[in-house]
Design a protein around this ligand. Structure first.
Ligand code: ZN
Length: 223
């Protein structure tokens, strides 16, 4: 099937949308699309999994929506992720004013291979739709995967925490742009899929050890 990759096509079935069709889903697909609206029930569902305040979760992973997520992650087109982020921003209230959006980073090698970081593309769409600042510079992934030799639970958590580093790589990069807070931000983490919430907790502990406050998370999809 030719998905066409364009924003003018339905995320569900790939059919062309009429101009100005909302949210990239055609009317027939909208009936069966397992979206999670901005309701207390969605928040509770996601909060149980993530163990934090939830500022948005787009849809449940089912047969049909797996394809959409796969295209966002591996399709090679960041605009799909951006469009989904903007769609989520239409349906969910914005996080508190002054909070910044930080995408869960990829290791540079994987990012280079894919050409972009899918959670960052989603976060770009959210930042535009919500009018919040996007701060991918606040968190970096420095290891490809965690060492699996750790035997205790605490050692395993340490090994996961070692995969990420807070703060900009180079202070000069920050100084060259407009003045920005490097420490002490109110952070909303953005990731593509919520499964166990382990990635969230690891990123949260790294950011909080660096003086930021992680106020919650946003996920494009929930398993
Ligand atoms: Zn459709």
């Amino acid at each position: 099937m030719n998905w066409g990759w364009g924003l003018g096509r339905c995320w569900g079935c790939g059919d062309a949308l009429v101009p100005n069709e909302v949210a990239g889903i055609c009317p027939p697909c909208r009936w069966v699309w397992p979206t999670l609206p901005d309701h207390e029930a969605s928040r509770i569902l996601a909060r149980e999994r993530a163990g934090c305040e939830v500022f948005g979760v787009g849809f449940r992973l089912r047969n049909g929506t797996h394809d959409v997520l796969h295209r966002v992650k591996y399709g090679g087109f960041p605009r799909e992720g951006r469009a989904l982020g903007q769609w989520m921003a239409q349906g969910w209230r914005a996080p508190p004013p002054g909070s910044v959006l930080v995408p869960v980073p990829l290791h540079w090698r994987r990012r280079w291979r894919r050409g972009f970081n899918p959670p960052e593309a989603v976060a770009e769409g959210l930042a535009t739709g919500w009018g919040r600042e996007l701060r991918p510079d606040l968190l970096r992934r420095v290891r490809h995967r965690a060492s699996l030799t750790a035997s205790t639970r605490a050692a395993r958590l340490d090994a996961l925490t070692d995969m990420y580093v807070a703060g900009p790589k180079n202070r000069r990069n920050v100084a060259s742009g407009p003045p920005r807070d490097v420490w002490g931000c109110e952070v909303v983490l953005v990731d593509d899929v919520l499964t166990t919430g382990a990635t969230f907790r690891v990123c949260q502990s790294v950011l909080e050890a660096a003086g930021h406050r992680v106020v919650g998370g946003v996920w494009l999809a929930m398993a």
